[in-house]
Design a protein around this ligand. Structure first.
Ligand code: NAD
Length: 321
């Protein structure tokens, strides 16, 4: 049995724990969360020991950690995992800022640690179909969108704690845009914030960005959290003779007169993401599609869009050293 410890016992931790317990070869043995009642409830549900902090948990003999903390809390748990030589799965976004994630990436690379991240859209069967359809075609345009409500966690509405909607949430569709069209070189973005909006948020209510890809393709991102419920989240890709509309629940393909709807299985994608990480921890060939270094490239794009909004000018994404 593979022994897993959880840093963070909130909503997404509970989701991963449910999935891991269904895999059949995983024991959830430890948990830590500053919210002690949450930690205790999680511990009871999983039969896991409650630890006072991430350092004790990382050093307790676990085979791997799941780091499921809010964006503002990243850093210490990842460093403790590196220190203890323990592989980790970490939820997106990697941090609220770029510097923290870059430091973690450096330490992970030095240690040669196995990592995986919560970009589970990459595991949708429909994304595989989209990649096959795009192979050998020139994709010229992508529209990314995340048009939703304010997310429930208390920290989400404060940019200093969540990073804002683009960094925190639209990162999933930016990640797929990178997967399908390659790296973005330039981003130019603007945002609007109504001081008197119904939710009294300290994040932007809506953001638009234009993107220029290294391939020459162009793209847009539109996000808003002004709605009472999720309207839609996904991306539309336009290539030679082909339009694709990709969401977490469906792929629509439109080639010539041929219009098709393919349902997507979100739960299967989430399970595959967890299975791949456990395979890596067990030393087997593992289908990890977004290790930390890859997720960092997506985080860099989200942060570039946020920086463009803050500075009111186009931002060039630095090439990796
Ligand atoms: N991949 C996905 O689809 C997906 C879905 C939901 C959430 N998430 C991500 O997961 C992260 C957590 O989201 P959530 O909905 O579980 O939030 P949450 O607020 O429900 O849970 C976070 C938990 O982390 C705990 N915590 C805070 N600081 C900590 C620390 N230093 N050490 C240990 N625990 C700490 C909090 O007390 C809380 O219990 C967010 O970044 C979110 O974007 C990803």
């Amino acid at each position: 049995m593979t022994r897993i410890g959880f840093v963070g016992a909130g909503a997404v931790a509970r989701r991963h724990a449910d999935t891991l317990r269904r895999l059949g070869d995983v024991d959830i043995v430890g948990v830590t969360d500053p919210d002690e009642s949450r930690a205790r409830a999680f511990g009871r549900a999983c039969g896991a020991r409650v630890h006072a902090g991430h350092a004790g948990l990382a050093a307790s003999g676990v085979d791997a950690l799941y780091i499921c903390v809010p964006p503002y809390a990243h850093g210490p748990a990842e460093f403790a995992a590196v220190e203890a030589g323990v592989p980790f799965f970490v939820e997106k976004p990697l941090a609220t800022d770029l510097r923290t994630a870059e430091e973690i990436a450096e330490r992970v690379a030095e240690a040669g640690l196995a990592t995986a991240t919560g970009y589970h859209w990459r595991y949708l069967d429909t994304v595989r179909v989209a990649r096959e359809l795009l192979a050998g075609r020139e994709a010229g345009l992508v529209h990314c969108y995340w048009l939703d409500r304010v997310a429930p966690p208390w920290w989400w509405v404060d940019r200093a704690l969540s990073g804002g909607q683009v960094v925190e949430q639209a990162t999933h569709v930016l990640d797929l845009a990178r997967l399908l069209l390659g790296e973005v070189e330039h981003a130019y973005a603007a945002a609007v914030r109504h001081a008197g909006n119904a939710f009294a948020t300290r994040i932007d209510d809506a953001t638009v960005a234009t993107l220029r890809f290294a391939s020459g393709a162009i793209g847009t991102l539109a996000s808003t959290c002004l709605l009472p419920c999720k309207h839609r989240a996904g991306l539309q890709v336009f290539a030679d003779g082909l339009a694709l509309d990709i969401s977490e629940s469906e792929l629509v393909t439109h080639a010539g007169e041929d219009l098709r709807h393919l349902p997507a299985d979100q739960q299967a994608a989430k399970t595959r993401a967890d299975r791949a990480f456990i395979d890596a921890v067990q030393g087997r060939a593992a289908d990890i599609r977004a290790p930390y270094a890859e997720a960092l490239r997506t985080h860099r794009l989200g942060c570039a869009i946020a920086a463009s909004v803050a500075e009111g000018r186009p931002v060039t994404l630095e090439e990796e050293p």
